[in-house]
Write a protein that binds this ligand. Sequence first.
Ligand code: ATP
Ligand code: MG
Length: 631
Amino acid sequence: MRKFADFYRRSIDERDAFWAEQAALIEWRTPAEQVCDYSRPPFARWFVGGTTNLCHNAVDRHLTTRADQAALIAISTETNTERSYSFAELHAEVQRMAAALQALGVKKGDRVLIYMPMVAEAAFAMLACVRIGALHSVVFGGFAAGALASRIEDAEPMAVVSADAGSRGGKVVPYKPLLDEAIALSRYKPTAVLMVDRGLAPMAMRAGRDHDWAALRARHLDAAVPCEWVESAHPSYTLYTSGTTGKPKGVQRDTGGYAVALAASMKHIFDAKAGDVFFATSDIGWVVGHSYIIYGPLLAGMATVLYEGLPTRPDAGVWWSIVEKYQVTHMFSAPTAVRVLKKQDPSWLKKHDVSSLKALWLAGEPLDEPTAQWISDALGVPIIDNYWQTETGWPILTLANGVEPQTARFGSPGKAMYGYNVKLIDEVSGEELTGADQKGVVAIEGPLPPGCMQTVWRDDARFVSTYWKSIPGRMVYSTFDWGIRDADGYYFILGRTDDVINVAGHRLGTREIEESISSHPNIAEVAVVGVADSLKGQVAMAFAVPRDASGLQDPAARLKLEGEVMQRVDAQLGAVARPARVHFLNTLPKTRSGKLLRRALQAVAERRDPGDLTTMEDPAALQQVRELIGD
Ligand code: ATP
Ligand code: MG
């Protein structure tokens, strides 16, 4: 069985022929003259001379074959609403939104900032933008005014599309006051604001600037807005990274390369076909939402589920009830969400028939073995880890079951995907590590394949200096993650390059220590950071969330659990890796996308200023750390 190996080799050795074939998965207005222009590294241009349109490929293209099939299934357990849009209905709604944006003055190349909850109108707005050649810049609806203001300043959107409110856990979260405050804070002022009124919160409308979607929609009910055919390299959108390691970076994506990459991933990675049903539990504010709630499934003619709500409301079986009701075939989520479910009664996973599911893909963070095993046992379908970044737009490492059925290995997100010339690099010497089981920086030799970032928005210099200059003497793209590769080509991600700690000269990955600690049955979640130590340089410090915290008020019980955790690390990794302290918390500090904010933990543990916290979920989590550390 060498099918995947051959497929992969060809994607690297016969790059242009390989991608020319993949390009046929989408429709072009004019075909490309050149597959890849890499004359100005590290800037790659894919499908030069080709013109296409992302909305045409996601929507219009399917009208002849599946106009009446479901395209978008919008479910909200917050407002208890459910509505399925066929491709024909989606086509009509997108054109209404496109006409409304045009009426507000939006033109090709303009930016439109989308600050929306998970409602169908958010999808209409994204598709409407790319339809008319405008760039969307979706900002996660949970961000507060400051984070929103800095993104408005960076993107300089001509228009903003927003809503009166979102809702979380049954609690209405008004958006309009935050938006107004953000615009007031921003030096740049958008000309027009289009508000979707869900009837959840009152809105103060500003005359001349703010417009009501329902009114504009009514005026454009029969809108016929043709797709604007754009150059393959025309940017489709900008999107910010999660801000886990610092200030978020504005990723700029092209049109043709992205469409081809996503269409190819639906086929080769997800083994999906038209008519299947995709349910990604992410948010449109993140890259998973862009690639696998909106564009990927629609490009493939699949129905996609857009879900507003918690995984635990009305009960912890809600996801599986959606799977059953809509016969979901492909599900995509994140380890952090699975860990939330893991704290609930496991019987919820048995209450619904999930036999339509082919597999569950998980991404965004390391998938620890206990979590993977738990969800795999509970669901009875393959769990497929996949590793990628906002920057790349689609998986770097995973399994390509559409090419050849591949077996997953626990702890590994899989193999290098076609198109990605993945290398492990020694960060000091800059040399490539070719042997098995050697630790290095996960890097990608240019050109990055189609679908990856073109540049940092308005900052080519930052693109080059941030991503391509971090390894001495070598121009390769750095992921800033550590990894190893086994003899069979499976990679293991060991953590971020700045998460390595150095204890008395021993370099330890925080991930390894976390894996060891989370194997303790009473640990639900854990974060390990390196803390400066006058004797050893650094020591490991662990912050753990116990599964069952009852009884842990008692200092003796805490000490006992701490001792057990330390013993585990001693036994599995050796005493050098043993954390100096194991602190117990109710919750860990995370980004709004659910990633551990280790840098903030580390800063507080070292009694430093934690820096930019605009992407943080719950500030109270850090307060608890401060109290534990003591001032
Ligand atoms: P920032 O770049 O702003 O600091 P971020 O890196 O968290 O934030 P994302 O693009 O959302 O922004 O996340 C990509 C990162 O998430 C990867 O570089 C890696 O560290 C981590 N990651 C994603 N998927 C996996 C996975 N399957 N296994 C391990 N780590 C993963
Ligand atoms: Mg990153």
